[in-house]
Each structure stands twice: as C-alpha cells, then as structure tokens.
Design a protein around this ligand. Structure first.
Ligand code: C5P
Length: 209
C-alpha cells in the first residue's frame, strides 16, 4: 500500500504522515528533508540557491546531513523552497523517492508532488491544508516554544512567500491531485485530523481490495 500525503508548509502533513505510518506499520519518508538537505548543502558550498547549477551540485550531499538539526531551521526551509524550483534538482531527487514509494510492502511519503508526480498510482492520497493564518499561528507558537524570537507577522509573511513559490513554480507545483482527499484542518485538533486521515485510507484500501 502506498499513501501520498501532500500539502503546503506547516499544514500538519508531517504529523499526519507519521501517525499513518505508525497506524498501518509502514515506513515513512519526509521528502521535504531531501530538498532541505540540498538547500543547506548549497549554502555550505557558498553557492547560490537561485542558480540551477549550484543547486544541482548540492544534490551530492552526504547521507549524514539528513540528521543535521540545522535542516529543521526556518531559514533552511526557505533555502529548500528556492532550490526546489530547479527542474534538474527535482530530477536528481526523483528516483530516490520513487524507489522508496515502490519498496515491497508499501510506504508513506509526504511532500508537495507525491500524489501527482512521484506516486500517481498511490492507493490513497491526501491533500492536507489549513488557512495561511492558522498555519502561521501554529508555526509561530512552535517557534516561540523553542525560544526563537520572531513575530507572528514575520511568520505569516514567510508562509505566504513559501506558498507562492511552491504553487507558482513550473515544474511539479504544489497541486491537489484530483483523486486526493482534501483535509482542511484549520479548525480541527490534530487528533481529529489524524482520525479522519486513517478513516479515509481504510475506506480507500477496502474499496480497492
Ligand atoms: O515540507 P518542507 O517544509 O520540509 O519542505 C521544504 C521545501 O521543500 C518546500 O517549501 C518545497 O519548496 C520543497 N519541497 C518540494 N517537493 C517536495 C517536498 C518539499 O518542492 N516533495
């Protein structure tokens, strides 16, 4: 069974993907981490994230970089969204994601283009979203709890900028697949969103099996 979980930044898709992985006993890949590693490696190389050749060179990042806490920084998320617009970068990361999706026994992947590009044949697809304000509120609270000194307005501006870049790019833009369940959790506690996601996957796989 392959489950695709897509959605914009700070939508809660990672939480839902991990909960589904635990519930169904499947391995999960946070594909955003791969783009974050490329963005961060570009910076380590003193390259320009807006330059396709510099970003492509950074696709040769060491595996150990995926465990670097710096990948979780907001600034790394912005770098990731800049390198991810380059088609050669998307092509360089493509096979790794396809292989993960197609491993025996199945898998869950979360990202932006899983249901549309990486695993269009997925058994169940979810498009997890929430209003920009709800996402900014959650991210702001989470950053304050980590001691990061940032204003709500700055976080909201970053959410809008990331959305514009992710939906506006020509190659594999953030897009809801026509057969994806829309899960808008603006007014939903995480437990309710997780329960809705599990119920949807169970219905889908029952109908297919
Ligand atoms: O999901 P996360 O916020 O970690 O992703 C960081 C950035 O990587 C996103 O803003 C997006 O531009 C890019 N990304 C992508 N395709 C994916 C996953 C992430 O373009 N499948």
């Amino acid at each position: 069974m392959i489950i695709a979980v897509d959605g914009p930044t700070a939508s809660g898709k990672g939480t839902i993907a991990r909960a589904l992985a635990e519930h169904f006993g499947l391995p999960v890949l946070d594909t955003g981490l791969l783009y974050r590693a490329v963005g961060y490696q570009t910076q380590l190389n003193h390259g320009d994230p807006d330059d396709a050749a510099d970003a492509l060179a950074a696709c040769q990042f060491p595996a150990s970089l995926l465990d670097d806490p710096a990948l979780r920084f907001e600034s790394t998320g912005s770098l990731a969204s800049r390198v991810s617009v380059h088609p050669p970068v998307r092509a360089a990361l493509f096979q790794r994601q396809v292989d993960f999706a197609n491993q025996p026994g199945g898998a869950i992947l979360d990202g932006r283009d899983i249901g549309t590009v990486i695993a269009p044949h997925a058994d169940a697809k979810l498009f997890v979203t929430a209003s920009a304000e709800a996402r900014a509120r959650r991210r702001h609270a989470e950053m304050l709890s980590r001691g990061v000194d940032v204003t709500y307005d700055a976080v909201l501006a970053d959410v809008h900028a990331r959305d514009a870049r992710d939906t506006g790019r020509a190659d594999a833009p953030l897009l809801r697949a026509p057969d994806a369940m829309l899960l808008d959790n603006s007014d939903m506690p995480p437990a309710a969103a997780i329960a809705a996601a599990i119920a949807f996957v169970e219905t889908r796989t029952r109908n297919n099996g």
